[in-house]
Design a protein around this ligand. Structure first.
Ligand SMILES: C[S@@+](CC[C@H](N)C(=O)[O-])C[C@H]1O[C@@H](n2cnc3c(N)ncnc32)[C@H](O)[C@@H]1O
Length: 372
């Protein structure tokens, strides 16, 4: 679909359905594209009104490409549009890549000056392909795959391969989208139980790459568990000790270029070093007796908007995490905003928000009066 204007539609009807699907998905985004002139043009195309002459077709295709770029730049959105955002970002980068390969003029000039490149036909074919993929896009749902796609795209776009390719224990596909949602909340980020620190480096990089000024605190003993699981769970003294990988040094080195601080020692005590507000907390300490004093201590630093993530809820190897969290929810201290097991069984992650005061007493010894 190349013409003297740059883009012509071989099948305007098919493009109309691309426009319709794009408009439907983009309309679910927050913030949306509502005030963008190109989005209004695309909406008109979705109704079939601007696709008749060559000039109109070129303008409409350029409007589509402008919206594609804008969606991919917006990044964080509502969970049901994660896959849509991820796909737009993937297509947009593909087109950018091809535009460089065929030495095209600036994309921003395509609508006013038409497309000029070494091979307009190839570029038009790439756009055709993107429009076709977009048509195959059905109703997006808040599914696990949607979160996986989104995280994959975000890491691919924002984190260097050297970091992206390192493996962490925690399920980053479920964590990253929630971390991103918390970025507009004032405060820093704290991870308790960072093990080798891979998740910490990825997330600290992402925060910085997105232009947010937050500090990332990564807590661990850096020599594994210092106690046995009181309920006889799989973890005991020395579990998660990795002497071959010096995680504290690894994180200290990264802290020279990232706003990241590793904090060594028993987190139930070292967490007292935090004094400022927190926007995101990740608790991966595997035992209720560890999570409870940490959360109690940092409770005043959390607001009702702070996102609090807890890993290993209901995992057979960590039998005290679920009862502890259940107690917190029953007491009315926390409310669940996301339960990963509802979209992907056995992923064991919960995201919660502060709802009321921290319950009196310590875990296991409290008398909980259920709050409504
Ligand atoms: C499940 S691992 C965390 C996995 C990590 N989030 C990841 O994605 O790779 C649990 C971590 O908690 C740490 N830990 C255990 N007891 C601790 C304590 N009292 N204070 C700080 N960290 C502790 C262990 O050393 C271990 O690294």
């Amino acid at each position: 679909m190349a013409s003297k204007f740059g883009f012509a539609l071989s099948d305007p009807e098919a493009f109309q359905s691309t426009a319709r699907i794009f408009v439907a998905c983009a309309s679910r985004m927050k913030p949306g594209l509502a005030d963008r002139p190109s989005f209004n043009l695309l909406k008109a195309a979705a109704d079939g009104s601007r696709l008749l002459d060559a000039k109109g077709q070129h303008a409409t295709v350029c409007a589509f490409l402008d919206c594609l770029k804008h969606v991919s730049e917006q990044g964080v959105s509502t969970p049901e549009t994660y896959t849509f955002v991820a796909k737009c970002s993937e297509y947009d980068r593909y087109l950018d890549h091809k535009a460089v390969e065929y030495r095209a003029n600036l994309r921003a000039d395509w609508s006013s000056q038409s497309l000029k490149s070494d091979n307009n036909t190839v570029l038009a074919r790439v756009v055709d392909e993107i429009a076709m993929h977009m048509r195959a896009f059905s109703e997006p749902a808040l599914s696990y795959q949607s979160l996986v796609d989104y995280t994959h795209a975000r890491i691919g776009a924002l984190v260097p391969a050297e970091i992206a390719d390192m493996r962490q224990e925690a399920n980053i596909a479920l964590i990253l989208p929630f971390l991103e949602r918390s970025l507009t909340v004032p405060g820093d980020v704290a991870e308790f139980g960072c093990f080798r620190g891979i998740l910490s480096v990825k997330l600290a990089w992402l925060i910085k790459a997105l232009g947010f000024h937050k500090h990332y605190y990564a807590f661990d003993t850096f020599h594994g568990f210092e106690i046995d699981d009181p309920a006889g769970g799989a973890l005991g003294i020395g579990a998660f000790r990795d002497d071959a990988f010096n995680a504290f040094n690894f994180l200290t080195q990264w802290s020279r270029i990232l706003p990241l601080t590793p904090i060594k020692g028993d987190a139930t005590k070292t967490c007292a070093q935090l004094t400022g507000p927190l926007s995101f907390v990740w608790l991966d300490l595997d035992m209720g007796v560890l999570m409870d004093p940490v959360l109690q201590r940092i409770w005043p630093l959390c607001s009702a908007d702070t996102i609090i993530g807890v890993d290993d809820v209901g995992r057979p190897e960590t039998p005290t995490v679920a009862p502890w969290l259940e107690e917190m929810v029953t007491a009315g201290a926390l409310e669940t905003v996301f339960n990963s097991d509802e979209i992907a069984p056995n992923t064991f992650i919960r995201f919660l928000r502060k709802k009321g005061p921290f319950p009196e007493g310590t875990f296991g010894e409290r008398r909980i009066v259920p709050q409504r």
